[in-house]
Design a protein around this ligand. Structure first.
Ligand code: SF4
Length: 244
């Protein structure tokens, strides 16, 4: 049985090579995704934008990064209807002190235990309910602001994500799907769209593997509202001559 990704490619008459080119990865990487390997959030977003589908329609999981050690691979099982990583991280709080009364999980007909799953359980019902919650941002903020979160672990589902995933994404700013102050909470995908470059190019800038051209630096600085010299102060100016 072809994977959902392989089926989506076939449906659109697109090849793995075509998708690989659109996302800036190798065709063998797309082959691995089709065999069930988890893409990064950035790659999943790029691939599904090229295919015109939702991420959860073609991927089962996304790879969020490593927490160190052999078993430190952090993956998020995707649940259709659950908040996306962007929604979980970017939805602003309503600021209502009584937000908890409006929480979708406050419905007495729902089983509160569903929000405290075993670590291997994707918590589909709970995360789908979070997808329709009007106080997602308040929930995320309450979780992150609670000193017990850091002291007593990260169990449970918060803002539609397992607590450990939410904490990792907000704690490791340079990770795919993460946030950092230099990009003011914008995802690489969004910045890339604004600047007219590929998401992987922005990811390489964030990871320090490449520096943008002077023209791109100007555009990026303008988009972020900062001085261009603040972004890459150590850059070797001699490489940025007018010859390029
Ligand atoms: S987002 Fe938070 S408050 Fe809303 S349903 Fe999910 S766990 Fe409950």
């Amino acid at each position: 049985k072809p994977s959902r990704l392989a089926a989506a490619l076939a449906e659109r008459g697109m090849t793995a090579t075509g998708l690989a080119r659109a996302v800036n990865v190798t065709p063998s990487t797309v082959g691995k995704w089709a065999d069930g390997a988890a893409p990064t959030v950035e790659h999943a977003e790029g691939a599904t934008a090229a295919l015109g589908v939702e991420v959860a329609e073609v991927f089962d999981r996304v790879h969020l990064g490593h927490r160190g050690g052999r078993s430190g691979r952090l993956e998020l099982p995707l649940v259709p209807g659950a908040p996306t990583v962007d929604q979980a991280l970017d939805t602003p709080p309503t600021g209502d002190d009584r937000w908890a009364e409006r929480a979708a999980c406050a419905d007495p007909d729902l089983d509160p235990e569903a929000w405290w799953p075993d670590p291997t359980d994707p918590a589909e019902q709970a995360r789908r309910t979070c997808g329709g919650c009007p106080v997602l941002g308040d929930c995320r903020q309450a979780f992150l602001d609670d000193p017990n979160t850091r002291r007593h672990g990260t169990d449970g589902i918060w803002a539609g994500l397992p607590g450990r995933v939410l904490l990792t994404l907000t704690r490791n700013p340079n990770r795919d799907g993460g946030r950092d102050h230099t990009t003011q909470g914008l995802t690489s995908t969004r910045l890339a769209a604004d600047l007219g470059v590929s998401p992987s190019t922005v990811a390489h800038w964030r990871q320090g593997q490449r520096t943008p051209s002077p023209a791109a630096t100007e555009r990026l600085a303008h988009r972020l509202g900062v001085d261009p010299d603040q972004l890459w102060p150590d850059r070797d100016q001699s490489r940025d001559g007018i010859a390029r």
